[in-house]
Design a protein around this ligand. Structure first.
Ligand code: SAJ
Length: 403
């Protein structure tokens, strides 16, 4: 039986996928409310195909509990935030989960860490817990996840995976467990290599997004069309530039690269600058709003509305969202009043939040497209009387502003 610890954005789909493919699974989470919701037959976030996967897993017998199980295989998928001052990974949740597992794990149990950690974290923080508990029989494995929110179910089935293990035989056994559902190639390597590959993949994307954001700033400065330029450049066989945007959110691309800056401050220079560039984008958008208001002789910021609160299109995840960053920045400057709307965010989370597109549009003269949800793409017509700042290049019309 596999005990999946942590039933969030990664742990839940992984547990459901295994259960749906014939593996006996118990999911454990310390959040009682979350476990109660799952036991009541509901998923805890929105993702294409997740509800169907959930139904299949329930039929196959998956269980959800707050208790750690006595078994031979654990998958730990708890959050790994970074310390905002040192930039280093904060392994407290992983360490806490491993401590609890040590109390119940069977002899020679396999402990798979799925959470993203910086290279050396498992050696530095996890192994001492195991040796400290006199459990050197435990087999340590790192199996970082690569699925992208918005396409999780497909990617869980099809992505290639990396398994890092002390012992190749154990690594191959864990690869076989994941192969119960994963149709991609599964590479077995050592723990530190697996840790590094995961962080490097997200860093690669962060640096490339920063490059696109920097191009947007250069082009804005001299009134060039960054989207046209990127489009033409990408016709070159060896150029593939990403898209500029209002900032980088989510719990991965905006977090993981900081681990390398924290651990290698004098070496990770490009990464450090890239992260600062991305983190500066919400402020850049705020300045654009003020510039456009001036140009349009708009005086009242409360007639400006931000479309989108999620960190990216068609998801309901707001972690590190550029819109939240922009609102925080506005509050720091003691200016408030921006209106906000997101079709995926049903609860009230910020001031001046709307829950209907029509009411939101009635309340504003200027719309800032912070997130390119399908809803806004399908309702562009409804913006025809508004001043528009489109941060995602959805509307290509001469009177529409871009970043
Ligand atoms: N973004 C841009 N421009 C782009 C692409 C993205 O500004 O051209 C922004 C998005 O709007 C968003 C942020 O970047 O705010 C991150 O979104 P994303 O879609 O690039 O990635 P995530 O964070 O949803 O998922 C990433 C993925 N990593 C890579 O593609 C290397 C995913 O495969 C990982 O599993 C996930 O991080 C994770 O959990 O680590």
């Amino acid at each position: 039986m596999v005990n999946v610890i942590g039933l969030g954005y990664i742990g839940l789909p992984t547990a459901l996928m295994m259960a749906s493919h014939g593996v006996e699974v118990v999911g454990t989470d310390c959040n009682k409310e979350l476990v109660a919701t799952l036991n009541a037959g509901q998923t805890t976030f929105r993702e294409d195909g997740l509800d169907e996967l959930f139904q299949g897993a329930v039929k196959a017998g998956i269980k959800f509990t707050t208790e750690y199980q006595m078994t031979d295989t654990y998958i730990i998928s708890v959050p790994t935030p970074y310390d905002k001052f040192s930039k280093k990974v904060d392994a407290c949740y992983v360490v806490g989960a491993v401590q609890d597992v040590m109390k119940v794990a069977s002899q020679r149990a396999t402990l798979v860490i799925e959470s993203t950690v910086s290279p050396g974290t498992i050696e530095k923080f996890v192994r001492p817990v195991i040796t400290g508990a006199n459990r050197t029989d435990i087999q340590l494995v790192h199996a970082p996840e690569r699925i992208i929110p918005g396409n999780m179910v497909y990617e869980l089935l099809h992505n290639n995976r990396t398994i890092g293990a002390d012992d190749k035989v154990i690594g191959k056994a864990v690869a076989k467990l994941y192969a119960s559902f994963c149709q991609g190639e599964i590479v077995v390597t050592d723990v530190k290599t697996a840790e590094m590959t995961k962080v490097v993949e997200n860093t690669f994307r962060a640096v490339n997004i920063a490059f696109a954001n920097e191009l947007a700033k250069i082009c804005r400065h001299d009134n060039m069309d960054v989207y046209e330029i990127i489009k033409i450049c990408n016709m070159h066989p060896r150029v593939n530039i990403l898209q500029p945007g209002p900032g980088v959110g989510g719990h991965c691309i905006s977090v993981d690269p900081w681990f390398l800056v924290g651990d290698y401050p004098s070496l990770a220079r490009v990464i450090d600058e890239s992260m600062k560039t991305n983190d500066g984008m919400p402020d850049f958008v705020l300045n654009r709003i003020y510039e456009i208001m001036k140009e349009k002789s708009m005086k009242n910021i409360s007639r400006v509305g931000l479309y989108g609160l999620a960190y990216k299109e068609n998801v309901d995840d707001m972690r590190e969202s550029p819109t939240l960053q922009l609102l925080e920045s506005q509050e720091r400057h003691l200016a408030t009043g921006l209106k906000v709307y997101d079709p995926f965010i049903k609860k009230d989370v910020v001031k001046n939040q709307y829950h209907s597109l029509e009411k939101f549009l009635d309340a504003v003269d200027m719309v800032v497209i912070m997130v390119g949800h399908n809803e806004i793409k399908e309702n562009v017509e409804k913006l025809k009387d508004k001043v528009i700042l489109d941060c995602h290049n959805i509307i290509r019309k001469p009177n529409v502003y871009h970043i």
